[in-house]
Design a protein around this ligand. Structure first.
Ligand code: HEM
Length: 211
């Protein structure tokens, strides 16, 4: 925390992410915990989901893997954890990458079966590919010892992980706005991640200080 208050040129760039980090972590944790219900077979299932022919067993695998990535991912962006406990950063990083692999591969199985049709399926499919690719590049960069590039690719990867949060904000919002469910679902299959990725690019371009 104290590392955040050193006045320095552009220091405002270092203080707002802390607040943003808290909000992001809170939302990510809620969505992750709610999503673990599939693993325990408890709680409501959206009516369109069992229409996906790959629902069994892929949805449980997907929800569990992806929710794990969502739950642990934001820890990795805490500078204090990275600096003071690098072994924890590496261990949590391995869990995150494994969870993205499980969540991403299972998402690619589910995408062609999305009952809202090919536009929604393509949106989720493209997200799944982008998720796996950004995460894989981030791993390759750190194996090569390029910390700065690793950070940038992990920011992109986690921005895509947060598509799960965006989706669960936009869907209820679209319903409040009276948008028809199928139309909303098709649009949101794209809208849940493309702006996230653009926002991550904007954030990376604006950042003046390495961490
Ligand atoms: C980032 C890449 C992701 C892709 C490509 C993806 C793709 C999909 C697809 C195709 C479905 C089935 C939708 C349907 O049949 O209509 C689904 C459902 C689901 N996904 Fe993901 N997903 C991703 C990330 C996540 C994350 C990070 C979570 C974390 C919680 C998550 C949790 C769920 C849950 C819980 C469902 C069941 C639907 C619901 O209860 O709202 N997904 N996802």
């Amino acid at each position: 925390m104290t590392a955040q208050i050193h006045p320095a040129p552009g220091h405002h760039l270092r203080t707002w992410p802390r607040r943003a980090w808290r909000a992001m972590t809170l939302l990510a944790t809620i969505v992750a915990l709610v999503s673990f219900r599939y693993l325990f077979g408890k709680g409501p299932v959206p009516p369109n989901l069992p229409l996906n022919p790959y629902f069994h067993p892929w949805l449980v695998i997907h929800a569990t893997g992806a929710a794990t990535a969502l739950l642990v991912g934001s820890l990795q962006f805490l500078p204090s954890l990275r600096q003071r406990l690098p072994a924890v950063h590496r261990a949590v990083g391995r869990v995150y990458v494994a969870a993205c692999l499980v969540g991403g591969v299972s998402a690619l199985v589910l995408a062609p079966g999305v009952s809202a049709g090919p536009v929604a399926g393509a949106g989720f499919g493209a997200l799944g590919i982008a998720w796996l690719v950004t995460t894989a590049i981030a791993v390759r960069r750190i194996v090569a010892g390029d910390v700065a590039a690793h950070r940038r690719w992990m920011v992109r990867s986690f921005a895509l992980t947060l598509a799960a949060v965006a989706l669960r904000l936009y869907l209820p919002l679209s319903s409040v706005l009276g948008v028809e469910f199928l139309l909303a679902y098709r649009v949101i299959a794209w809208l849940c991640w493309v702006p996230n990725l653009l926002l991550a690019q904007w954030y990376l371009a604006r950042r003046t200080q390495p961490s």
